[in-house]
Design a protein around this ligand. Structure first.
Ligand code: ZN
Length: 176
């Protein structure tokens, strides 16, 4: 069996090493330095992989909350549209009467719209929390909202305190 040649597995090395070194396993590195460099890189890859898995697991609950908030907002939007549809279906003349009817709830549309707006606020808070849990920086979230990283972080932390939502678990150093 003739000894072949291969490129050293040391990251960024590029030297050629013989695949056979007499006995034992085929050589993969030109030197001990390249072997330990490759091990450090492999360890870093494993740590990143573990972090990604942790985040995927951590995302489960925020995603569930986001989905629930989105459906609540959708229900509020449908309720408002249905309210307008129902009044239109009654006809113009009757609508006029109803408008001045004392039993008509005051500020009917505004109340329904407020319910929708509050639901949309919950959606936004849940979305920020989910993006943060996914590892996005405050700067990235801020850009999505056209505000600074500081502003969005302050707002969101205060909102989380007020609504008693658990704050985002730290995901290592925050690049901003
Ligand atoms: Zn090498």
């Amino acid at each position: 069996m003739g000894g072949g040649w291969r490129t050293c597995d040391g990251p960024g090395c590029g030297k050629t090493v013989p695949t056979t070194s007499g006995t034992g396993r085929p050589r993969r590195y030109c030197s001990e330095a390249c072997r330990s460099r490759w091990r450090r890189v492999a360890a870093r890859i494993r740590r990143r992989q573990a972090l990604r898995e942790d985040r995927t697991e951590a995302l489960c609950e925020p995603r569930h909350e986001l989905r629930a908030a989105a459906y609540r907002a959708a229900a509020a939007a449908r309720a408002l549209a249905a309210l307008v549809d129902a009044e239109e279906a009654r006809g113009e003349g009757e609508m006029e009467d109803r408008h001045w009817h004392p039993e008509r709830a005051a500020a009917l549309y505004t109340r329904a719209a407020r319910t929708l707006a509050e639901a949309a606020e919950d959606v936004l808070a849940a979305a920020v929390r989910a993006d943060r849990t996914a590892g996005d920086s405050w700067a990235a979230v801020g850009r999505a909202l056209d505000v600074s990283a500081d502003t969005v972080a302050r707002r969101h932390r205060r909102a989380a305190r007020l609504s008693n939502i658990r704050p985002v678990a730290p995901n290592g150093p925050d690049p901003g």
